[in-house]
Design a binder for this molecule. Structure first.
Ligand code: GUN
Ligand code: FE
Length: 425
């Protein structure tokens, strides 16, 4: 079993007491086994001297599309439905096995380089096995699934699928990948959004997610045009419809949730549904400003995601955290969505969304060793150490400050050099 000792770092634990201290952290196998001051290196132990460095829990992004990384810069200045029809769906339809693998690898590289250690990912209709292959080789912790789209005339032919095939292929991928590498990889059923899915498919997904106890990951109430279509087709508000099908429960992760009424917020809260807030994407696609302070104030589980790379041109959690805070300030004042609130969404909030709050999201003895080591001694970072370290990170750090990333005790990037898991320590 490999053991790693990280010494002399400022450690932002995000434990329930919010402890931040300067000291050492030991990793044995995939877990943190000791934290404190002056831990002594054992013979043969791999030691990282992290003096003047800051350790944070790895970021958890709860809404990503690795399959879209290669489409960056395509379709700027479009709203959601036009962007999907004119750009994203034809591009997703054009993927082959190789392009999907490299799109996923490129995205994962960017995520690991910016300190993200866990993702909830939605793929395209075909070739998802190759995205899982990239996830497996890279070492990133992921919940992923093939997108399901069995409805809609405007979907390009290669993406159109039969309900039974969509379900069968999803179950085949689940049986192959769910639980892979000691549970690092999990399957998540990924119906695209209500508009793309028949009621039959959504009902089956609900049954399957219950049977296998896996997550369901979908988009909801992102755009006003989208919710009007849902209302016209189902006679219901989007979240009311999902609830009507039995999908609104603690296994459900909903990306965006910008346009909710009070009844929908109540359903989300009472059923324990998780919201993934994607501020960069919401701005880029002119979708709107989510009512995140209100959702958090109501006790709803809200975490963060960058969405696909074409939505904001990067997959960088530093960017999402900063935007999540800034977009609320004009309406709610400077402190409502403060640095601590967004840092919580990016770490322990994401862990709650994926049902792993006892495993990841904070640095505590017994938890998985998923963390990033930052070098904040750069000119662009607020130079004073009198400043709250979380505020320094949220408002001035960038992905260039991430020096080392460790996932499940494996060093997947060290001194900004990436390693696939067969090379990781
Ligand atoms: N809604 C349905 N599909 C998508 C997608 O690929 N991206 C975003 N942002 N919203 C969607
Ligand atoms: Fe999305």
């Amino acid at each position: 079993m490999s053991t790693i000792l990280i010494k002399n770092a400022e450690i932002i634990t995000m434990n329930p007491d919010g402890d931040i201290f300067t000291g050492d952290l030991r990793i044995e196998g995939d877990r943190i086994t000791a934290m404190g001051s002056e831990l002594i290196a054992a013979p043969g132990e791999y030691v990282i001297d992290a003096a003047h460095r800051t350790i944070i829990p790895g970021f958890i992004q709860t809404h990503i599309h690795l399959c879209q990384t290669l489409f960056r810069g395509k379709g700027d200045d479009l709203e959601l439905m036009d962007w999907l029809k004119q750009r994203i769906w034809p591009l997703e339809a054009s993927h082959d096995e190789e392009s999907l693998y490299y799109s996923a690898m490129l995205g994962i590289g960017e995520l690991i380089q910016s300190g993200t250690t866990t993702i909830v990912d939605m793929e395209t209709v075909h070739h998802t096995d190759y995205a899982f292959q990239a996830i497996a080789e890279s070492g990133i912790r992921a919940l992923s699934g093939k997108v399901m789209m069995d409805k809609g005339d405007e979907v390009p032919f290669p993406l159109q699928e039969k309900t039974s095939e969509s379900l069968q292929q999803s179950v085949d991928l689940l049986e192959k990948w769910h639980g892979h590498d000691g549970g690092r990889i999990q399957y998540a059923f990924s119906p695209r959004f209500v508009i793309s899915c028949t009621e039959e498919l959504l009902r089956e997904v609900q049954q399957l997610s219950q049977r296998y106890n896996v997550k369901v990951h979908t988009h909801a109430s992102e755009n006003r045009g989208e919710i009007e279509i849902v209302q016209a087709e189902t006679g219901m508000r989007n979240i009311v419809y999902l609830d009507h099908l039995g999908l609104a429960n603690e296994r459900l992760i909903l990306a965006h949730c910008i346009w909710l009424d009070e009844e929908e917020k109540r359903i989300i809260h009472e059923r324990g549904v998780h919201v993934s807030h994607c501020p960069g994407s919401n701005l880029k696609l002119a979708s709107g400003i989510a009512e995140t302070p209100d959702l958090l104030g109501k006790g709803i589980s809200v975490s963060l995601g960058a969405d696909g790379a074409p939505c904001n041109n990067n997959l960088d959690m530093f960017n999402e955290m900063r935007l999540a805070a800034l977009i609320q300030k004009p309406a709610h004042g400077p402190t409502t969505m403060n640095a601590h609130a967004v840092f919580r969404m990016a770490t322990i909030g994401g862990a709650r969304a994926v049902g792993m709050e006892h495993e990841i999201g904070s640095l505590e003895v017994g938890k998985k060793a998923d963390l990033a080591i930052l070098d904040l001694n750069n000119f662009h970072v607020y130079p004073s150490f009198d400043v709250d370290p979380i505020s320094r990170i949220v408002y001035s750090a960038t992905r260039a400050d991430v020096e080392t990333t460790i996932i499940g005790g494996r060093i997947v990037m060290e001194n900004r050099i990436m390693k696939t898991i067969d090379k990781a320590i």
